[in-house]
Design a protein around this ligand. Structure first.
Ligand SMILES: *Cc1c(COP(=O)(O)O)cnc(C)c1O
Length: 394
C-alpha cells in the first residue's frame, strides 16, 4: 500500500499473524470485522455457527476457541458463548419457546432464571409447571402436548438438592421435549449431555472463569441443529461474549479440573467438621451420607460432590447474620466458584423476596449460611469458621 498516502495507510495497517510458528496461548482477537476476497465465501459464512468469521456478534476466533473448549468439556456437538450466564439462559429459552408453549421446571431455581420464567409466563404466555428435581413421575404427570422444555439445575442453590438428570431427561425422551440443564455448580463433575440432556448451560462467571474477574455464560448442545437454531436466535438477542472475556474464561478453564477437585474435597472436609460441631443445627452437602440425595449424587457426579454447602447455625436468623459478619478469611460476597472462599446469608440477600413459606419451599432456613470454599488451606478455613461460630453462638 506504499502508493497510498499515510492517512490511508493508517486505516489499513498490515495485519501480522504468526507464520513459521503458532501461539500456544489463545490470542485475543479484538478486531470484530473480517473481510473476504470471495463474495460466495462471505455468503456461505452467514449460514451457521461454524462458518468463516464475518462480524463480532456472529462469531470471533477467541470466542470460538472458548465455544470449542466448552463443547469439548460437555461432550457436545457445539457450544455458544454469551455475555453472562443469564445471557446464555435467556438466549436458549427464548430460542426454544414461543407463546402458548409449556415449560416443566425444577421448583428451586437460580433467582435470575426463576425471574425469567416468571416473566415468560406473565408477559409472553408461556405456561410453567414446577416439579421436584428427583421425581420422573412428576415430570410425566406434568407433560402436555405443548410442553417444549424441561429445565433443571444439577445442584439447587442453596438447598444443595441434587437433580436426577438421567431419570428426568429419560421421562421426556421421545416426546420432542428438550431437556436444558444448568450445570454451573458441577462443571467436570457432571456432563448433562452424556446423561441424556439436550442443552447444558453455564454461568462461566463461576468455576470456568474462576477468578472473580469476568462475567460470562455458555451453552453446549448435543444436537447441531439445536445449536444452529439457538445461534441464529442469539444473533437477534445479542448477548454476545466479548473476546477479552472469552480469553479470561479460557485461562480459567486451564486449571478448572484441578480447582473443582480440590474445592470439592475442601467442601467435604468442612461439611464433616461442621456436622460434628455443637453450634451447628444442620448441614446440607450432597457428599454427606445423611444428605437426602447422597446415593443419587454418588451415581450422577464423578470426582466430587461440588463446592457449595449450606448449614444452619443454632440460634436462628441472628446467628446466621452474626456468622457472616464474623468471618475474617472468607469474604461476605455473593457468587461462588472463586479461588477465594465466599459466604452469604440467602434469607437476607439472594432470597430476601421470599416469605417464610417460600423460603421453606426452597429449602432455606432463616439462619441458613451458604459457603463456597476456595483454594485456601482447609485448616485455615476451618479456624475461621470456628471463630465465627463462637461469635454467632446464641
Ligand atoms: C450465577 C448463576 C447464573 C447467572 O449467571 P450470570 O453469569 O451471573 O449471569 C445462572 N445459574 C446459576 C446456577 C448461577 O449460579
Amino acid at each position: 500500500m506504499t502508493e497510498h498516502h499515510w492517512e490511508t495507510r493508517a486505516v489499513h495497517p498490515p495485519v501480522i499473524g504468526p507464520d513459521a510458528s503458532r501461539p500456544l496461548g489463545v490470542p485475543i482477537y479484538q478486531g470484530h470485522l473480517f473481510a473476504f476476497d470471495d463474495a460466495a465465501a462471505m455468503a456461505e459464512a452467514f449460514e451457521g455457527p461454524d462458518g468463516a468469521f464475518i462480524y463480532g456478534r456472529m462469531g470471533n476466533p477467541t470466542v470460538r476457541s472458548l465455544e470449542r473448549a466448552v463443547a469439548d468439556l460437555e461432550g457436545g456437538a457445539g457450544a455458544l458463548a454469551a455475555a453472562s450466564g443469564m445471557g446464555a439462559i435467556t438466549t436458549v429459552l427464548t430460542a426454544l419457546l414461543r407463546s402458548g408453549d409449556h415449560v416443566i421446571a425444577q421448583s428451586s431455581l437460580y433467582g435470575g432464571t426463576h425471574g425469567l420464567l416468571h416473566d415468560l409466563a406473565d408477559r409472553w404466555g408461556v405456561a410453567v409447571t414446577h416439579v421436584p428435581g428427583d421425581d420422573p413421575d412428576a415430570v410425566r404427570a406434568a407433560l402436555r402436548p405443548e410442553t417444549r422444555v424441561l429445565y433443571l439445575e444439577t445442584i439447587a442453590n442453596p438447598s444443595t438438592h441434587v437433580a436426577d438428570v438421567s431419570a428426568l431427561a429419560g421421562a421426556v425422551r421421545g416426546t420432542g421435549v428438550l431437556t436444558v440443564v444448568d450445570n454451573t455448580f458441577t462443571p467436570v463433575l457432571c456432563r448433562p449431555l452424556l446423561q441424556g440432556a439436550d442443552v447444558s448451560v453455564h454461568s462461566v462467571t463461576k468455576y470456568l472463569g474462576g477468578h472473580a474477574d469476568v462475567v460470562g455464560g455458555a451453552a453446549a448442545f448435543a444436537d447441531p441443529d439445536v445449536h444452529r437454531r439457538v445461534w441464529r436466535h442469539g444473533l437477534d438477542v445479542g448477548a454476545t461474549a466479548a473476546p477479552h472475556s472469552a480469553w479470561l474464561v479460557l485461562r480459567g478453564m486451564a486449571t478448572l479440573a484441578m480447582r473443582i477437585e480440590r474445592q470439592s474435597r475442601t467442601t467435604l472436609d468442612l461439611a464433616r467438621r461442621l456436622e460434628a460441631h455443637p453450634a451447628v443445627a444442620s448441614v446440607a452437602y450432597p457428599g454427606l451420607p445423611g444428605h437426602p440425595q447422597h446415593v443419587l449424587a454418588t451415581r450422577a457426579l464423578d470426582g466430587g460432590y461440588g463446592a457449595v454447602l449450606s448449614f444452619e447455625p443454632a440460634g436462628g436468623r441472628d446467628a446466621g447474620r452474626a456468622f457472616i459478619e464474623s468471618v475474617r478469611l472468607a469474604s461476605l460476597a455473593t457468587s461462588l466458584g472463586d479461588v477465594s472462599t465466599l459466604v452469604m446469608h440467602p434469607a437476607s440477600t439472594s432470597h430476601r423476596r421470599l416469605d417464610a413459606a417460600g423460603l421453606a419451599a426452597a429449602g432455606i432456613g432463616e439462619a441458613t449460611v451458604r459457603i463456597a470454599p476456595g483454594l485456601e488451606h482447609p485448616d485455615d478455613l476451618w479456624n475461621d469458621i470456628e471463630q465465627a461460630l463462637a461469635k454467632a453462638a446464641p
